[in-house]
Ligand binder design. Structure first.
Ligand code: ZN
Length: 181
């Protein structure tokens, strides 16, 4: 280590060429100059003969990095403690499917099915025809659609999240519910 070491005012922002880092000079500790990252963090030991006051550009860079680190920390906290509200909506690009399968039969279900249809009325028509042909009267009905989650509000909005599920708009009742005849 060089014999002649400069003393800096504590708080001086210095550049440490060994690590390439910019830090705040805290004082001497034995043969070392103790430096602390700008904005806080773990101190490190530097050779007091090598460090020099940071240039304005270096000081600015260290300050910006410290601000970025604080901002990243705040973002991480938001990720933990806040959640982005979503609404669940029916996927308009995929048609809902209605389907009925005949479950009549004593030993085993008949098993005949309408296949997926885009509208419940088609399923009911298939049921009437099947019953007319076979006298089978019991069916299991399915409804399926695709749902997607969309951000509910711009980030920062204060409204509570609203979750919407269920049949498509305009279907007030169960999709396959009997219709008045
Ligand atoms: Zn049947």
């Amino acid at each position: 280590m060089a014999g002649q070491t400069k003393q800096w005012e504590p708080g001086t922002i210095v550049h440490d060429p060994r690590t390439g880092r910019v830090g705040e000079y805290r004082g001497q500790a034995g043969p070392y100059a103790m430096l602390r990252p700008v904005g806080g963090g773990r101190e490190w030991e530097a050779d007091p003969a090598l460090i020099r006051p940071a240039t304005p550009e270096e000081r600015l860079g260290a300050g910006v990095r410290a601000a970025n680190a604080r901002s990243a920390q705040a973002t991480a906290r938001r990720r933990v403690f806040r959640y982005v509200p979503y609404v669940i909506v029916q996927d308009a690009t995929a048609e809902p499917e209605y389907e009925a399968r005949c479950v009549s039969g004593d030993e085993a279900d008949c098993g005949a099915g309408s296949g997926p249809r885009p509208h419940p009325a088609e399923v009911e028509e298939w049921q009437r025809l099947h019953t007319q042909d076979t006298r089978h009267t019991r069916y299991r009905r399915h409804f399926a659609d695709y749902a997607v989650l969309e951000p509910a509000e711009p980030v920062g909005a204060t409204l509570p999240p609203t979750v919407v599920t269920g049949p498509p708009p305009g279907q007030g009742q169960h999709p396959g519910a009997p219709q008045p005849s």
